[in-house]
Design a protein around this ligand. Structure first.
Ligand SMILES: O=C1O[C@H](COP(=O)(O)O)[C@@H](O)[C@H](O)[C@H]1O
Length: 260
């Protein structure tokens, strides 16, 4: 696993724009070398901010949108089209304005889909979809995620893996149903830490003072059960993309040299 690297931007708008620029480059590079790119999206304010910044970036046209596979790190298990679903918010922020191949937009199931309110069956179906996309070189049952983005919650949760909750202890499955989530809605679907850690690059997004404590805890040696963000690492790179407010409680020893 890779050692976390930190980049601190002036404010959340600049952080979103810089992350969007970085994402464009990463997708274009992956498409140039393998013909396609696999990106895992996150919900939440910062994830949606990056998508909105990407929608507004002229360089977005450098991406071959028809050769991009989009996956989700987690989903709020609600009916299709619910405004609280992560995919609904992503469509509004970006997806409806770019020429994606609908077959490559791998939304997590809704609670009124083929599995009804059975979040476990829905999670299993998503795990199967991931496994079908995995190649022979992918040992973890998921395709190679070029970039997997995660918003960091004020309690250090990532995806729908909450501190001390059963999901954060999962070691076998790639996707799980989450019940009794401390953040509404109570039922969710989430990638697990092993699936997250199979990604080539994991980017953790945190902006705003309400994230400062979570960022400091996760980067100061906390365990992943108490602070799930601490367990989110990419195979090649783990990048924390912050604004100054979210970085405010970091010990000076962790603050990136350029920002000290
Ligand atoms: O509910 C969720 O929250 C987290 C963090 O969201 P934020 O608004 O506090 O940034 C998000 O990463 C996750 O995908 C989402 O389902």
């Amino acid at each position: 696993m890779s050692t976390p690297q930190l980049v601190v931007h002036r404010d959340k708008e600049l952080m979103a724009q810089a992350a969007a620029a970085r994402l464009i480059t990463r997708i274009v590079d992956a498409q140039a070398s393998t013909g396609t790119a696999n990106v895992v999206l996150t919900g939440g304010r910062n994830g949606n901010g990056v998508l909105a910044a990407l929608a507004a970036a002229p360089a977005r046209d450098a991406i071959d949108w028809g050769r991009l596979d989009l996956w989700w790190g987690d989903e709020r298990f609600l009916p299709e089209g619910d405004p609280e679903r992560n995919v609904t918010q992503a469509r509004e922020a970006l997806l409806d304005s770019v020429p994606l191949d609908p077959k490559r937009v791998h939304a997590m199931p809704a609670s009124d889909g083929p599995w009804g309110a059975d979040a476990e069956a829905a999670a299993e179906a998503y795990a199967e979809e991931l496994a079908r996309a995995a190649g022979p070189a992918n040992h973890g049952g998921v395709p190679t995620f070029d970039v997997l983005m995660l918003g960091v919650g004020p309690d250090t949760h990532v995806a729908s893996l909450f501190p001390e909750h059963p999901g954060v202890r999962e070691t076998e499955r790639t996707v799980i149903g989450v019940h009794g989530s401390p953040k509404p809605p109570p039922t969710r679907i989430s990638l697990t830490l092993p699936a997250i850690r199979s990604a080539r690059e994991v980017w953790l997004l945190a902006a705003g003072e309400d994230k400062a404590n979570a960022v400091a805890i996760a980067l100061s040696g906390a365990g992943e059960i108490q602070a799930p963000a601490a367990g989110a690492q990419g195979r090649a790179r783990t990048l924390w993309l912050l604004d100054t407010a979210a970085a405010a409680q970091l010990p000076r020893s962790l603050y990136p040299p350029a920002s000290a």
